[in-house]
Design a protein around this ligand. Structure first.
Ligand code: ATP
Length: 219
């Protein structure tokens, strides 16, 4: 008797997460629920140490993402890019994830509209869709046009209904969601000027930031 396996549906949300905030978390949860994903991997990116601005270490960024994901069963933290001592290309990360998956599993690369518009500057970006589908988190009131370099790709690969994405890779869909006007840049600025970031990050992340004195202007 053969047992039929249901292909897994895995989302990947990469970012510097410096720090992780409610925009990332709501985005991941809303996409996961809308598409019935089995999990979303939060993948903190390696970033070379930067001395001028009060940014945090890879270790702190990872710790905060772990705290944020702890109570959200759909969210998993994947530290593979931090385990190397240099920046990883997303293409390499997708290839390495694929090696751990079955051929018919579906992999969804999740990104905000801003990140999507920057895609043409990514390493071998035209190969990304060989390994995954791309889900773009788009705000309902957005009126931005895709950059010229992406128009042909969108014309060929865009699927109107994200639930209709078929196969293990190769298509692009937009997931519409209410925008949360929060960014890590704004959170760092608030903290550097001594303002509260309560409700912009999970309480456990805020406690970590305070306990480790992160993002203070003197760091
Ligand atoms: P920074 O302000 O430091 O550039 P950020 O807040 O944009 O950081 P990143 O870690 O660079 O966060 O973003 C990771 C991913 O999350 C990107 O795909 C980005 O488009 C998306 N993202 C960032 N902020 C939001 C938000 N408020 N709502 C939905 N998605 C977001």
């Amino acid at each position: 008797m053969s047992i039929t396996r249901t292909p897994r549906r895995i989302g990947v949300l990469g970012g510097t997460f410096d720090p992780v905030h409610i925009g990332h978390l709501r985005g991941a949860v809303e996409v996961a629920e809308a598409l019935g994903l089995d999990e979303v991997r939060l993948v903190p990116n390696f970033r070379p140490p930067h001395r001028e601005t009060p940014n945090s270490s890879a270790q702190d960024r990872l710790a905060m993402v772990r705290l944020a994901a702890r109570e959200l069963p759909l969210l998993k933290v994947d530290s593979r890019e931090l385990e190397r001592d240099k920046p990883s290309y997303t293409l390499d990360t997708l290839e390495s994830l694929r090696e751990e998956m079955e051929a018919d599993d579906q992999l969804f690369l999740i990104m905000g509209w801003d990140a999507f518009c920057g895609l043409p500057s990514w390493h071998r970006w035209d190969e990304l869709l060989d390994h995954c589908h791309i889900l773009v988190m788009q705000r309902p009131d957005a009126d931005s046009e895709a950059p010229e370099a992406l128009r042909d790709l969108l014309a060929a690969r865009n699927v109107n209904d994200p639930l209709a994405l078929a196969g293990s890779s190769g298509q692009i869909a937009f997931v519409w969601q209410a925008p949360l006007g929060v960014s890590a840049t704004r959170i760092r600025q608030f903290l550097a000027s001594g303002r509260s970031v309560r409700f912009l990050v999970p309480d456990a992340v805020l406690a970590y930031i305070n306990a480790h004195g992160l993002y203070r202007a003197s760091n």
